[in-house]
Ligand binder design. Structure first.
Ligand code: FAD
Ligand code: SIN
Length: 521
């Protein structure tokens, strides 16, 4: 099974890369483990994507990204996004893909979000990600150069040094040859060989008990890259979104977009008192890590289950229900009358600022392997991500990486690919679902309680210990059982959880979203 390029993941990063590679004449195979290819972090994005807006400059955007990233950003990555991103959002998404961004006076409406110096965010009401993903998948389906296969889950990357049956391959430079992937319908593992392999597998939110991410955000690409010997960096920087709808007895968290505060909503305690000015001079529009910690601290100090978003200020100048129809409907379904009632909100795990070390064109330490979007770490976000930069990151890196591959991706010789064996399925039964579910639960609880919004060394030490024990059990469990998607996800989740725990334990400096109790920033 051969193609010029294998793309693992069909979110914004994977689709942008696929369309540009196929336009350049390469044959593209794109796989996703989801049954519905649109299901991804991209699909759930609400607030928007930085676009071309009046008054903005690349320098202004750069300085906002670096300020939010606590000075730890990679300047080359920030420059690339600031210089190329906004024009791409307009030319590729708005004009070529026809994404129905909300318009004002014939132009895309530019909205505001925390820590941005000006209104620079394109949005499609409050379902921006859904509209982008639908438009991209429509273009993918219509492109004759792209084959998209759903319910196909990458298990591991194929490298000559790990897999080749030719003993001489061990003396050659390590190289990626594609991936083994589980056909989730037949239970068989396919060997997908490709000259270039792009990881676009998204984030890790699902390793936390409470998250805005869908269940499939289990860090698979990061775990696969780690097993293939690629460095994973900045892993202590997990971003928590300050405002998700609090629902007692529910773990999943529905996002209440930052643009609600961008439009004037104010965080209040249960007595209705605003409190953010006490935590940061920018008040409700302070960087995300500051707001998440403020809410968390207030909840702890006041023994409160949530804080609240007061919408009265927003409702004075916009029609809340037509600007935020999805949030309005979701709240009303749960008995919260918006905008009259305040929305109960709590923070939840949202975005991974760390990931697979990659440069400005997706190149990783293993030739033939590229990483883009949320699974990659180019240093763009430093210690904390500025809102609405990650859809744009997926787009820019998808395009730039495709250009780089189209220009210089090297073909694989047939002899070399012949030495890659088929996958050998262990004899065994399917994993006991109760054991898998319990391990998942334990892992998520450990991450939430010990490596959460506010950390300290004793919790991190305990997390490392507990996760190492869990890893040993899961690893032997994995080796003895027939492959299944839940088992593979569990194996990847524990790998990523340990990477985060060890990175957090190593960094004794409190910075950005790695916040250590009692250590001044
Ligand atoms: P994803 O969109 O997550 O796509 C990952 C793909 O990889 C999926 O197709 C998945 O099925 C596939 N995959 C994963 N593992 C495997 C495997 N083993 N085998 C095969 N396929 C696999 N960012 C913004 O810029 N603006 C916003 O307004 C915004 N709002 C957000 C709201 C929510 C609720 C969430 C969760 C995130 C939000 N973000 C926002 C962040 C942003 O959506 C993501 O960072 C971005 O969409 C990631 O895109 P991606 O293409 O890298 O990954
Ligand atoms: C939001 O709408 O608040 C999410 C924005 C983001 O994560 O970039």
């Amino acid at each position: 099974m051969n193609s010029d390029a294998l793309i693992i993941g069909s979110g914004i990063a994977g689709c942008a890369a696929a369309l540009h590679l196929a336009d350049a004449g390469l044959s593209v195979r794109m796989i996703t483990k989801a049954a519905r290819p649109e299901i991804s972090n991209t699909y759930y994005a609400q607030g928007g994507i930085i676009g071309q807006c009046d008054g903005d400059t690349p320098q202004c955007l750069e300085s906002d990204i670096i300020a939010a990233g606590a000075g730890l950003c990679n300047p080359a990555a920030v420059r690339q996004l600031a210089e190329k991103g906004p024009a791409l959002a307009r030319d590729f998404l708005l004009i070529r893909m026809g994404v129905p961004f909300t318009k004002k006076g014939g132009k895309p409406d530019c909205t505001a979000e925390a820590a941005h110096s000006l209104r620079r965010i394109y949005h499609a009401d409050d379902i921006t990600g859904r509209e982008i993903e639908i438009a991209l998948l429509r273009a993918v389906a219509a492109h004759p150069g792209i084959e998209l296969q759903a319910e196909t889950m990458a298990v591991d990357l194929i490298t000559n040094t790990h897999h080749s049956t030719d003993p001489l391959e061990r003396y050659r430079e390590p190289r990626c040859f594609g991936a083994y992937a589980l056909n989730m319908n037949t239970g068989e593992v396919e060997r997908i060989v490709a000259a270039s392999t792009i990881l676009a597998t998204g984030g890790i939110g699902a390793i936390y008990l409470h998250t805005t991410n869908p269940a499939g955000a289990t860090g698979d690409g990061i775990a696969m890259a780690y097993r293939a010997g690629v460095p994973i960096i900045n892993s202590e920087f997990v971003q928590f979104h300050p405002t998700t709808l609090y629902l007692p007895d529910k773990n999943e968290r529905f996002l209440i977009s930052e643009s609600v505060r961008g439009e004037g909503a104010v965080l209040v305690d249960r007595k209705g008192n605003a409190f953010m000015k006490r935590f940061h001079p920018d008040g409700d529009l302070a960087p995300r890590d500051v707001v998440a910690r403020a809410i968390f601290t207030k909840m702890l100090n006041e023994d409160a289950a949530s804080m609240y978003l007061d919408l009265s200020g927003v409702a004075k100048h916009i029609d809340f229900a037509s600007r935020f129809p999805n949030i309005t409907e979701t709240c009303r379904e749960r008995g919260i009358r918006v905008p009259e009632d305040p929305i109960p909100v709590v923070p939840a795990a949202h975005y991974f600022c760390g990931g697979i070390k990659a440069d400005t064109v997706g190149v990783t330490a293993v030739p033939g392997l590229y990483a883009i979007g949320e699974c990659a770490c180019t240093g763009l976000h430093g210690a904390n991500r500025l809102a609405s930069t990650s859809l744009l990151e997926g787009l820019v890196w998808g395009v730039e990486t495709a250009r780089r591959i189209a220009k210089s991706g090297k073909a694989l010789s047939v002899e070399r690919t012949r030495s890659i064996p088929q996958w050998e399925m262990p004899a065994g039964t399917g994993a006991d679902p109760i054991l898998v579910q319990n391990d998942v639960r334990q892992l998520k609880t450990t991450m939430w309680n010990y490596i959460g919004i506010i950390r300290n060394q004793s919790r991190l030490n305990r997390a490392k210990q507990d996760l190492s024990q869990l890893f040993a059990s899961i690893d032997s469990f994995y080796r003895l059982n027939l492959l299944s998607a839940p088992l593979l996800e569990l194996r990847n989740m524990i790998t990523v959880a340990r990477i985060i725990a060890f990175a957090a334990g190593r960094n004794s400096h409190s910075i950005g979203c790695h916040y250590l109790e009692g250590k001044a920033e």
